[in-house]
Design a protein around this ligand. Sequence first.
Ligand SMILES: Cc1ncc(COP(=O)(O)O)c(C=O)c1O
Length: 281
Amino acid sequence: MADPLVYLNGNFVPYADARLGVEDRSVQFGDGVYEVVRYYDGRAFKMESHMRRLARSAAGIELTIPPVEEISRAMDKLVRRQNLQDAAVYLQITRGETARVQGIPRGLSPNVIAIARPASSVRPMPGMKVVTQSDDRWARCNLKTTMLLPAMLARSRAERLGAADAVFIRDGFVTEATAANVFVVRDGTVLTPPLSNYLLAGCTREALLELYAANGITAREELITHADLLAADEVFLTSTNSELRPVIAIDGRPVGSGEVGPLFARTLSLFDAATRTAVLA
Ligand SMILES: Cc1ncc(COP(=O)(O)O)c(C=O)c1O
């Protein structure tokens, strides 16, 4: 794809002309919130959930943002103007620009940026290896902020260890992966950690819980210990960007049989049907 068009504060501008100032708060402090929304066949998947979470994240960092309807319309236009069918839109709202002060300056104009790029679904999804890692992020992981250094460092450590991602463990319990939620299967039941301030309320996670309920698959939000994770029959990660990824090894040991499991396969086919027909708003 040629350079993507950029949505910047109400305008659609060529990539090369889209600029933020050197004293933008996102440059100084990672002071902003973001979302990634996936489009399938030209339609946004779970846009309302993404916009609800965006509003919660913004409120959580005391940032006033434009109406979310305006933002979702801009994202739709960005996709349509570039004739994209399957795409991922990255949206970021920074607090705006000012001389660097540590406190939160009032009355700044936030910068709203969105970029859409083509995205394809990899099928079949290959199994991935992960490592576990102590969750040393902050205690507001329910907010989707651009301040991602702890997650980046954890991903980098995982890659050094020959894995694709890290699953965080806080006080003995699984929270999430660096950019995905965690599901495990035990004795035919699907489990995922309950929402708290220690993990992001994933829109893909929400979609799966809805699909399980609608299709008679037993699924529960339940605390998962480090030992539960290692003993699970199946483990998989979910996110907008990477969709559903089966985990076949954790810390060098196989998950279940070491193969992609049957509940993952069932989940992926339900997910594909939902994304392609936009059953879930
Ligand atoms: C830390 C974290 N947890 C979970 C998720 C999954 O959320 P979603 O399914 O809404 O993409 C993400 C997505 O990027 C994430 O960064």
